[in-house]
Design a protein around this ligand. Sequence first.
Ligand SMILES: O=C1C[C@@H](O)[C@H](O)[C@@H](O)C1=O
Ligand SMILES: [Co+2]
Length: 303
Amino acid sequence: MGNQRISWGIAPIGWRNDDIPEIGAENTLSHLLSDIVVAGFEGTEVGGFFPEAHVLNKELQLRNLRIAGQWFSSYIIRDGLEAATQAFHKHCEYLKEVKAAVAVVSEQTYSIQGTEKNVFTEKPSFTDEEWEQLCQGLNELGKIAEEYDLKLVYHHHMGTGVQTLAEVDRLMENTDPNLVHLLYDTGHIYVSDGEFMTLLNKHLDRIKHVHFKDLRQTVKDHCQQAGRSFLQSFLAGMFTVPGDGCIDFTKIYNKLLESDYSGWIVIEAEQDPSIAHPLEYALKARKYVDKELLPLNMLLVEP
Ligand SMILES: O=C1C[C@@H](O)[C@H](O)[C@@H](O)C1=O
Ligand SMILES: [Co+2]
């Protein structure tokens, strides 16, 4: 029943969170990977607590799991291209060793995602010169990714300079489509300006990696009214797994199928693991995928 061109994964972020390493610290790599097998996913992304490549590969092989990619915080604007390329080479070396498909890049210069600032009103924006520097720099990082047989996929993110639909448009227009691809994260664009279908329709051909993140509308509204930070908002339960929130993933999945999308769809729902049991939510996501999304594969008329 599965579409052979799409691999389904789930990110470690429901178990452990790189933005707040204290939460879920008791969840070991073995625990996480075994839960992923129990929930029926094919792989995951690399978390900050993951071990060196040969140790990880052994654990993956034992469970027949694969790695989709890993987040990379770039500081092209703050630190310049040379520093960014040095760090990115190291990042890609590791990803090649664990046979990943993508390197997930997010420019973190001026980012407020890890601060106490109001994520709904205080996001940074870049000057024209900074945009130029960022886009040229990303093209260079994209060339490096290619050297390691990886695709650079850019992650638009709340609280950063590339958050809104207009900002994603600008990034896509000013980067090389052969070198800089897009990671489509449903949750981030929904919270930002709600333009999740427009973004998908406009940039389908650039999308090479997908994060399925759902959200609880009432919690989001409350966090927005209260002027919460990004971290406070997710700890309050703003995000959840697909099927448990307000986003209709059938429309999104259909569009991806129509475009013959090939790559990973990774369930990514950061919550406090002491409140939202990680395996329970992974199973909930799997059930939703199996029941509501995979049957859509059968409805597609073969050409
Ligand atoms: O892809 C992601 C990685 C996380 O570190 C980030 O904070 C999260 O929101 C996300 O979408
Ligand atoms: Co994401």
